[in-house]
Write a protein of this length. Structure first.
Length: 251
């Protein structure tokens, strides 16, 4: 009878967990859909306002702006609106952390604080790396502005370039500008990859810290304790390991 009651209890918990996981997935998709629609509307509005402002500029004012800067605004800067959905992690994180703490205390007790501490300690490092990536992105935008400006001048003055035989000097200059831009993009990609690595290893590190603290207190390594703890950190990984640091960066 005890085994039957235990099995029914476990099946009930599995059913509740599955329903909550489906509900969380549904709500996140609906929130992402509405945020994406809002992002598209705002991006289109800003793009239209920028285009209207450019049409009102005189020729001398338009020449002082530079085509490289306009191209950067139209592409890279407006793409920042696509990151608005990451702000969803700010209001959701306190509820997720509170629920994770309550369930962890019920499952394993005080050792859950060790796993949460590891998760929260990753956030300042991720913010530091995100700010570094922002500075590198700004340097990349400057390199792109210079390259586009030079290329635009070369294309508009191609007749003079051919007449003066400036192909090789200008080609060397453009290659140098392109190499500088590629180096900045490479550094930005490396920092982004290192930042995303925290998202993938957060479950292993947090679970390991919790299990070590549990064993240090004299607890036993039982499947009914280990697997729910790992599942708990997996369920909270998306909010605590990705949306929360990115939302703090954008905020």
């Amino acid at each position: 009878m005890r085994d039957e009651t235990s099995a029914e209890h476990l099946y009930g918990l599995a059913a509740v967990y599955s329903l909550l996981a489906c509900f969380r997935l549904l709500m996140m998709h609906l929130s992402a859909q509405h945020t994406w629609i809002m992002r598209t509307c705002v991006r289109s509005s800003v793009l239209g306002l920028t285009y209207r402002k450019l049409l009102r500029l005189r020729s001398d004012g338009l020449a002082s702006v530079g085509q490289g800067k306009v191209l950067t605004i139209m592409t890279a800067d407006l793409e920042r609106f696509s990151l608005v959905y990451k702000l969803l992690g700010l209001p959701m994180a306190p509820f997720v952390i509170s629920a994770q703490l309550a369930i962890g205390l019920w499952l394993i007790g005080p050792p859950i604080f060790a796993g949460l501490a590891v998760t929260l300690l990753m956030i300042p490092l991720q913010l530091k790396l995100s700010r570094m990536m922002g500075r590198v992105r700004a340097a990349t935008a400057l390199c792109t502005d210079k390259r586009v400006t030079v290329m635009s001048g070369v294309l508009h003055g191609m007749h003079g370039v051919k007449m003066s035989a400036w192909e090789k000097p200008l080609s060397a200059k453009i290659e140098k500008l392109r190499a500088d831009e590629v180096n900045q993009v490479r550094v930005s990609s490396q920092i982004k990859a290192f930042t995303l690595s925290f998202y993938f290893c957060s479950v292993a590190l947090s679970s390991y810290a919790t299990i070590v603290a549990h064993v240090a207190q004299g607890g036993d390594l039982l499947p009914e304790i280990i697997f729910p703890i790992i599942s708990l950190f997996v369920a909270a990984r998306l909010i605590n390991g990705y949306f929360l640091p990115m939302g703090l960066e954008l905020w």
